[in-house]
Design a protein around this ligand. Structure first.
Ligand code: BGC
Ligand code: CA
Length: 294
């Protein structure tokens, strides 16, 4: 596959593919279909079809553990060991018997905490928040959010990146990895000012410290330098890429999840790759994702 060209990795009909995460130890890519409550696992080296587990409720994101995964399902966070029963770690206090905000985007920091946000049921009112699960305690860290997305960390661990998607801005917070403390946020990227379409959705940081962001409803994946400058733009063959993850033996395959949830029949016919897992070779390598230990 030539560098920069996007092709199908796994043909799927996902409603809201999301949260790709690569395990170096297991050489496996995991991801979710949020709306269908599915969690996928796939070893590209073996090819074939991915395995799929059904959580029975929506699932916002997954992260790695040494024995499997941790998943932020709509109602709460569960440990999913590869062999063994699921174990509930924390409840989503915004969920309220299915009437409230579900969990959405999440990622582990280098100290093994899980950062995970929620999404307002109407996808706009500022009733959602960003949380951190650390040593068994789930704590609200940033309130007043519509759609929590785009969590990532700079390789030097000094910055936490985050977006409230509808604002079309990506913020960065000074981050102390030892204590988990966040400083004052600042606007780091403004899609409006850059004339970029769509909203910033999920992201991944590469080994040069650049931030790759999937522009939902913008039909592209963009790469920002550590200074927040737009340094590359890759068109995706569907309007709703949702998140990216580096994987493969050399961490130079960028996996891209996609959605069909906002496409009508005409849109689905026009964008047949929407809903599949896509991939692209990159000149730069990604970073290994830390395990959840908190
Ligand atoms: C959410 C979707 C939303 C999208 C764009 C995703 O993280 O799960 O429901 O439509 O972001 O903001
Ligand atoms: Ca997302």
């Amino acid at each position: 596959m030539p560098e920069g060209s996007i092709e199908v990795a796994v043909e799927l009909d996902m409603s809201l593919g999301e949260s790709p995460v690569w395990s170096v130890a297991r050489q496996t890519l995991y991801w979710a279909d949020i709306n269908k409550g599915h969690v996928y696992a796939w070893r590209p080296r073996d090819g074939g079809v991915p395995t799929r587990i059904e959580l029975g409720e929506k699932v916002g994101c997954v992260a790695l553990t040494d024995t499997g995964l941790v998943a932020a399902a709509a109602s709460g966070i569960v440990r999913l060991p590869e062999n063994g029963e699921p174990e509930r770690l924390a409840a989503n206090t915004e969920w309220q018997a299915g009437q409230g905000n579900r969990f959405n985007d999440g990622r582990c920091d280098a100290a093994g905490r899980l950062w995970v946000g929620t999404i307002a049921t109407d996808e706009s009112s500022p009733t959602a928040a960003l949380y951190c699960l650390d040593k068994g305690e789930l704590t609200q860290r940033v309130p007043g959010i519509g759609i929590s997305n785009g969590l990532a960390f700079s390789p030097d661990r000094r910055w936490l990146y985050h977006t409230d998607s509808p604002t079309r801005r990506i913020l960065r917070y000074p981050f102390d990895v030892d204590s988990g403390a966040l400083g004052e946020s600042e606007t780091w990227v403004d899609l409006e000012a850059l004339g970029l379409p769509g909203v910033p959705d999920g992201a991944a940081v590469d080994s040069e410290g650049c931030y790759w962001s999937a522009l939902y409803d913008g039909g592209r994946v963009v790469r920002f330098s550590p200074e927040g400058e737009l340094v590359a733009e890759h068109e995706v063959p569907c309007p709703h890429p949702t998140m990216v993850a580096f994987g493969g033996a050399d961490l130079r395959t960028l996996y891209i999840t996609t959605a069909t949830q906002h496409l009508d029949a005409e849109g689905k016919a026009r964008w047949p790759l929407a809903g599949s897992l896509l991939q692209m070779q990159t000149g730069v390598a990604g970073l290994a994702e830390p395990d959840f230990t908190g």
